[in-house]
Ligand binder design. Structure first.
Ligand code: MN
Length: 749
């Protein structure tokens, strides 16, 4: 790395940044702490001296900014601030962990060690991101501050992501979406979570990001007027009742608007709840709950509540410590409006998460909810799940989903992920109870084991000594604990049965004077389309493969081996990943796509899941076979690929000028509208006659006077597509037209 000394201007800026940091932690730290912070700042400045970031900025600004985020936005104390200042020192400079321990003590050294370990995991690109995630969670189980500082580090990197190259942007942004935003959410850091999501979207789908932010901006005036109108009567009543409060309209994040548009497949204009009203009370802890309910009563005096949309997280806070009272009421002009009511203390926890608890007592580890969470994480980690992707899915399901609260017959409360069954509950109580479970009573009524429990259920488990877990259970349990225990028992059983099958097969081989050798066994397994010898032994053990069939197969195999000599050249090794981009240069057709940093002309094909057309934002993905698939950057499949296989992403762009005018691409559009006589012919006529576009297919479903149509057109680029969408929109009876992904197939690699 080239070292360039700080300029005078930079020294001044740095001093400002440092003062800013001190200001942010003013309320938190003692005099001694301040001394240590200063020391840490000095050590960081000296050891990063002359180093620069990709943007050209002096490196030291990064740790100072990260520390400021820790203090100001997460509310962490002195230890964390010191660690944040030093977080890159051990990895990037000559300073060692021992040096840090000498100067700042063991705790700081431990946390920095954890942070160094994580950055060894994230960012080094040769292993699965999901596996990385697992490792991150392991370090989280050591000291949560490691993760909190790592999140701050990531937030600052995302804020400054403009200066890195496009490939890294995509990789870092999608990793943020898959790993860091959910983590921040789970730790209850709502404002950081939504900023991370927004920034991710900004880089993975810049067009959409800009469009939504512009539209939110444009509708601001109207929205504010509506909010005023809504708030005034409530404000007056609250004042009359002598409440001290803040009330305002809070806009939804760009990402959550985007998410809603995608999930419900609607345009921006149809996303109605762009904002919520938030009332924050300055009430002391003794009366805060009662006050929230009084405010609820005032709000619903003015506006009628939707009884199904009352969310009471006052009585039972969410597992991530979130406390608040939400209701949805009917506002002026017949619009539903969400109102969130909470105290100042609850608000701080909601924004900053668990860390807010530590603001004044940073060493307190007596946080019950968090401890429970960590215990569950440890349980999940004990699960020897070999597949990292499964692990990630499981983890998300168990730790980021909403929860239901249920009671044991004695009145103990248990919280489980939404969609948990009675059997999951049994395993949550104790794995022995789960394993021996034969039935359950919910609210004194007998229900099947697969019964999905709901909030407030009282669940009683009926057990029998003779019961043991069976394969079918895996079809409906959702919690990691239940799955792990069931699989574990099944595996044991299976192993026993397989051992039996193996012995049987061995005898047969001996009888025919065949060598009992791995490559031959594999061959036999293949004849039954089984992918392991264990599976073969098991199938024999349970007699799914009959004796007659087995004898026949072995005979065939023996004949085959006799004619083909030793025939051990059974090549089975097919799943080796090519190490690097295949530099196969393609011969024919002038190329549409340029690949890599040096715009090479490589072999590629278009991904079927998102069918890119010229003008779309795209990237290349190196497949197992070595070919390159071109995806749209906003392809849902693509996001998954980017975050799991970041190292196989390669930059791709459309060559300019894009194409010869004859080349067309399939693009799917979805139209909805009112089902009137001849609407299909109106649409097809408009498309093929007026617009002169070829249709590949059209499907129209009409129902209750409305219709939904999917049309695949052959078009030349995004500009062409946009013109087309505009024209179709003008056809009478059409309500909405939008592009959709042509095929929803999941390509695994
Ligand atoms: Mn860093």
């Amino acid at each position: 790395m080239k070292r360039i000394e700080n300029t005078e201007k930079e020294t001044k800026q740095l001093l400002n940044a440092y003062r800013n940091l001190l200001k942010a932690c003013k309320t938190v730290v003692s005099k001694d702490d301040k001394k240590s912070i200063k020391e840490a700042f000095k050590l960081a400045s000296e050891s990063h001296k002359g180093m620069r970031r990709k943007s050209g900025e002096a490196y030291i600004f990064h740790p100072v900014e990260v520390a400021t985020i820790c203090a100001k936005e997460i509310g962490l104390g002195a230890t964390s601030i010191i660690c944040a200042l030093l977080h890159d020192v051990v990895e990037d400079t000559d300073v060692t962990i021992e040096d840090i321990e000498d100067k700042f003590g063991k705790k700081v050294a431990d946390i920095i060690h954890g942070l160094t370990k994580i950055s060894g995991i994230v960012g080094k690109s040769n292993s699965l991101q999901a596996e990385n995630f697992r490792k991150i969670i392991l370090t989280l189980a050591e000291d949560v501050r490691v993760i909190l500082i790592k999140i701050a580090d990531r937030l600052h990197n995302m804020r400054t992501l403009d200066s890195v190259n496009r490939t890294s942007q995509l990789k870092i942004a999608s990793e943020t979406m898959v790993i860091f935003a959910p983590l921040a959410h789970r730790l209850g850091m709502y404002s950081i979570k939504s900023e991370l999501e927004d920034l991710s979207l900004k880089f993975t789908n810049p067009k959409m990001f800009k469009e939504i932010s512009r539209k939110i901006q444009e509708s601001k005036y109207q929205r504010n007027r509506y909010i005023r109108k809504f708030i005034i009567p409530i404000e007056n009543s609250l004042k009359k009742n002598k409440f001290k409060f803040d009330i305002k309209g809070r806009p939804k994040s760009i990402f959550s608007v985007y998410n809603k548009m995608m999930k419900q497949d609607i345009p921006f204009e149809q996303v109605y709840d762009l904002f919520a009203i938030r009332i924050i009370l300055d009430s002391p802890p003794e009366t805060e709950k009662a006050d929230c309910w009084r405010v609820y009563s005032i709000v619903t005096d003015h506006y009628k509540p939707n009884p199904e949309r009352l969310r009471d997280w006052l009585s039972t806070p969410k597992a991530n410590a979130y406390e608040s009272l939400h209701t949805t009421v009917m506002g002026p002009n017949g619009k539903w409006m969400e109102v969130q009511i909470r105290s100042r203390r609850m608000h701080e926890i909601a924004e900053k998460g668990y860390a807010a608890h530590w603001k004044y007592k940073e060493d307190s580890k007596s946080d019950k909810g968090l401890d429970e969470w960590l215990t569950r994480i440890r349980e999940l980690l004990e699960n020897p799940e070999p597949n990292a992707i499964d692990f990630l899915e499981e983890f998300k399901l168990n730790f980021f989903s909403d929860e239901v609260f249920v009671f044991s017959p004695k009145g103990d409360i248990y919280n489980l992920p939404v969609n948990s069954t009675a059997l999951d509950f049994a395993f949550a109580v104790h794995s022995d109870i789960g394993s021996k479970c034969i039935g359950a009573k919910v609210n004194h009524k007998l229900v099947p084991l697969s019964y999905k429990i709901i909030n407030g259920d009282q669940v009683e488990i009926i057990t029998s000594k003779k019961q043991k877990p069976n394969e079918d259970w895996l079809n409906f349990v959702v919690t990691a604990k239940a799955k792990t225990r069931i699989k574990h028992t099944l595996k044991d059983e299976k192993r026993k049965t397989a051992q039996f099958g193996k012995e049987l097969l061995e005898r047969k081989f001996k009888h025919l004077h065949l060598k009992f050798d791995n490559s031959i066994i594999d061959k036999l397994a293949k004849q039954y389309s089984l992918n392991s010898s264990l599976e073969l032994f098991y199938q024999i053990g349970i007699e799914k493969i009959s004796n007659i069939s087995l004898n026949k197969s072995i005979k065939l195999l023996k004949e085959f081996l006799a004619t083909n000599g030793k025939a051990a050249e059974i090549s089975t090794n097919i799943d080796t990943v090519p190490a690097k981009k295949s530099k196969k240069v393609k011969a024919s057709r002038p190329d549409l796509i340029l690949i890599g940093d040096d715009d090479t002309d490589l072999e590629y094909s278009f991904a079927k899941c998102c069918n890119p057309i010229p003008g779309d934002d795209i990237f290349g993905f190196i497949t197992i076979g070595g070919g390159i698939k071109i995806h749209r950057t906003n392809c849902p499949n693509g996001i998954r690929l980017m975050s799991n296989y970041g190292y196989r992403i390669i930059k791709a762009k459309w060559s300019v000028p894009v194409i010869s005018d004859k080349k067309t691409f399939p693009a799917g559009i979805k139209v909805t509208g009112i089902d009137s006589l001849g609407i299909v012919s109106k649409i097809t006529e408009a498309i093929s006659n007026d617009l002169k576009v070829n249709m590949q297919s059209i499907t129209i479903n009409a129902k209750h006077g409305a219709f939904e149509g999917f049309i695949i057109l052959k078009i030349s680029d995004t500009k062409h597509l946009e013109e087309l969408l505009e024209s179709i929109k003008r056809i009478q009876g059409i309500e909405n037209v939008s592009r959709f992904q042509v095929e929803e197939t999941l390509e695994s690699n």
